[in-house]
Design a protein around this ligand. Structure first.
Ligand code: ZN
Length: 393
């Protein structure tokens, strides 16, 4: 048994506790949450800073870890995707070593669960070790080409079938993005995901050409597909934002995690909320800066009571895999988002989005949530650019 104490404990579910104490058993399960005066001083581990639950990273592509610093920053999404496609190949042992190192990095950064996109099986052996809790989103795309729908579905369904889940892990089949998934492929995917309590993820409104494609069938994606010899004959502009196409083809009974949302407007957010009460939003601010050099407008999400979560995206589009670094970026550029709000996004909201909140996301008796110390806070006890993390449990 350990009794850990800090200047303040943020249980997330419940009010912050000044000079609080969290008691955990040898497995890390929370037994009790109270205050220092209830304990003999010599039994306590006392830290400067705040204790928070383990972080939940709702968006990563662990299988792309070997491409760290390979693709240029600031080019925008379409050149970025071209860079990923052309540089993805590497020797198997390089790929596997990078996956293991990236997982180590996430564990050291206090992350306890990950929503991870897979196109191939490369991460499955690492995931089976159960060192982090994974929700694997096996991702499908057919580039809006009817001639590819069936063969691409079979290809990715085989990846999905190959994943043997470790204890507590989950998997679903998910559409990549509105601009890369035909209506028929959405239907195929929906037929696999029948459990109401599963989570579906989809990349959303990450770059201006995405809405251009849906509004007018113009812009960079038309050229991008033509560059690969693919015409968009079967695709007709919907004359609406891309998210409308996505929700027209997705199941509102499932939890849906919209990822990036860099260009989402208040109307887009409201449309998603009107469609389903199980909507979550994942923001990956450092990846947005890396790829597009811009950020979502978080005010719109706050004003619409959006359930926000935080992801790191992959090492291909980020400098590190750290939820704390993502929080710092939001705090730096949109400092009206409070520290406590960011903590909620980074922990409990992420756990709920992945359906892992029975065990994770808050310091609650019975949960095995992981415990992190944040230290070097500012004079008000808030996050600042110097803030560092130590994984305690
Ligand atoms: Zn992604």
């Amino acid at each position: 048994m350990r009794k850990l104490s800090a200047d303040i404990i943020y249980p997330i579910q419940g009010a912050p506790i000044q000079e609080g104490v969290v008691v955990v058993d040898e497995d890390g399960i929370v037994l009790k949450l109270d205050i220092r005066s209830n304990h003999a001083q010599e039994e306590l581990e006392i830290y400067e800073g705040c204790i928070i639950p383990g972080f939940v990273n709702t968006h990563c592509h662990l299988e792309l870890s070997h491409m760290k610093a390979k693709v240029d920053t600031g080019t925008s999404l379409i050149p970025f995707i071209s860079g990923v496609v052309s540089q993805r190949e590497a020797p198997k042992d390089t790929i596997l070593a990078a996956i293991a190192a990236a997982e180590d990095e996430m564990i050291a950064a206090g992350i306890v669960a990950v929503g991870d996109i897979s196109n191939v099986e490369d991460t499955f052996a690492q995931k089976s070790k159960g060192r982090l809790r994974y929700y694997t989103f096996v991702e499908f795309f057919d580039f809006l080409q009817p001639s590819l729908t069936e063969s691409e579905f079979k290809k990715y369904k085989a990846v999905y079938d190959a994943l043997v889940l470790a204890d507590g892990h989950q998997k679903t089949c998910v559409p990549h993005a509105p601009y890369s998934v035909s209506a028929n492929l959405f239907d195929y995917i929906n037929q696999v995901n029948t459990a109401d309590l599963s989570t579906i993820s989809i990349h959303n409104q990450e770059t201006p050409p995405e809405n251009q494609l849906f509004m007018n069938k113009t812009g960079g994606f038309v050229d991008f597909y033509q560059g690969f010899g693919m015409q968009l004959d079967a695709f007709e502009a919907t004359k609406q934002a891309s998210i409308k196409y996505a929700i027209a083809h997705m199941n509102p009974r499932l939890r849906t995690l919209f990822v990036h949302n860099t260009l989402s407007t208040a109307k887009d957010i409201q449309a998603a909320h009107a469609w389903s009460d199980r909507v979550y939003w994942a923001t990956c601010p450092n990846a947005n800066l890396y790829i597009e050099n811009r950020l979502p407008n978080y005010r719109l999400f706050l004003d619409n009571d959006a359930r926000m979560t935080i992801g790191t995206d992959s090492l291909t589009s980020n400098w590190q895999l750290s939820i704390l670094e993502e929080m710092k970026t939001i705090a730096k550029y949109q400092s009206y988002v409070s520290f406590e709000t960011l903590l909620q996004w980074a922990t409990l909201n992420g756990a709920k989005a992945l359906g892992f909140d029975k065990d994770l996301g808050s310091i609650t008796v019975g949960k095995k949530c992981g415990l992190n110390l944040l230290y070097r806070l500012d004079e008000k006890g808030s996050l600042c650019q110097d803030t560092a993390i130590q994984k305690l449990v």
